[in-house]
Design a protein around this ligand. Structure first.
Ligand SMILES: Cc1ncc(CO)c(N)n1
Length: 225
């Protein structure tokens, strides 16, 4: 093979360039407190109620991504990976309802907080047909990987996560979800590799915004806004 390219994939480059922000999102004081067993249960309940609202808004975003994948993807298997995400979300919504009733969180009366509304509005902007598949699928990867990394860390070596919260951590921290995130990362990298500079910079800016929104989202568990 002529001069086989050994280029670092785009996402790996970004993760190195934005390491601090990525760490802020994936090693947030809230999830670290789950990991060390010191979490305040009222913070956990606040997160639970807010995330239920987020996940409901996430469904139409993923639906819009399926549509983009069907129209724009050069690889049939992309749609199957994304469909796996839909299946996980279907499960998640039932889980949120069960979990909420276990913790006496009344989902029908949750008021979305500012950070949540802003994140949901951002998701909605990504549903526009003008947003390219490459940009949207990269955003999707970023949204999923923050939860995967955050909750996998709560189960990893040295964690003191309480038994009652382990199930929550396993929902996103399990190996299958990790594999699914790697598949999304592969899709994003493959698309970015073939993309012109303007799409690449758009996707990078979106990843940064996702990470910022994720930090703000975890911050809500403190109940300061
Ligand atoms: C805020 C937020 N980000 C990511 C996920 C992952 O599905 C989630 N459930 N909630």
């Amino acid at each position: 093979m002529e001069g086989a390219k050994q280029e670092i994939p785009m996402i790996e480059k970004w993760l190195n360039q934005h390491r601090e922000l990525y760490t802020a999102a994936t090693r947030h004081p809230f999830t670290l407190s789950i990991r060390d067993g010191s979490v305040d249960l009222s913070a956990f309940k606040r997160w639970l109620g807010q995330d239920y609202i987020f996940v409901r808004a996430f469904v139409p975003f993923v639906a819009s991504l399926l549509l983009k994948s069907w129209k724009e993807s050069d690889d049939d298997s992309d749609i199957e990976v994304i469909l796996g995400g839909v299946a996980a979300l279907n499960d998640e919504i039932s889980w949120f309802k069960r979990e909420a009733s276990k913790w006496n969180v009344l989902l029908s009366s949750i008021v979305p907080q500012k950070a949540n509304l802003e994140y949901c509005r951002f998701l909605e902007s990504l549903m526009s047909p003008e947003v390219e598949y490459t940009v949207a699928v990269t955003a999707f990867w970023a949204i999923e990987v923050v939860y995967q990394e955050s909750y996998a860390h709560c189960l990893a070596d040295g964690s003191k996560t309480s038994e009652e919260l382990k199930k929550t951590c396993q929902r996103w921290g399990n190996d299958d979800f990790g594999q699914y995130c790697r598949s999304l990362q592969d899709i994003a990298n493959r698309r970015l590799e073939k993309s012109p500079e303007d799409i690449i910079s758009k996707a990078e800016a979106i990843v940064i915004r996702v990470l910022e929104y994720e930090v703000e989202f975890w911050n809500m568990s403190r109940g300061e806004n």
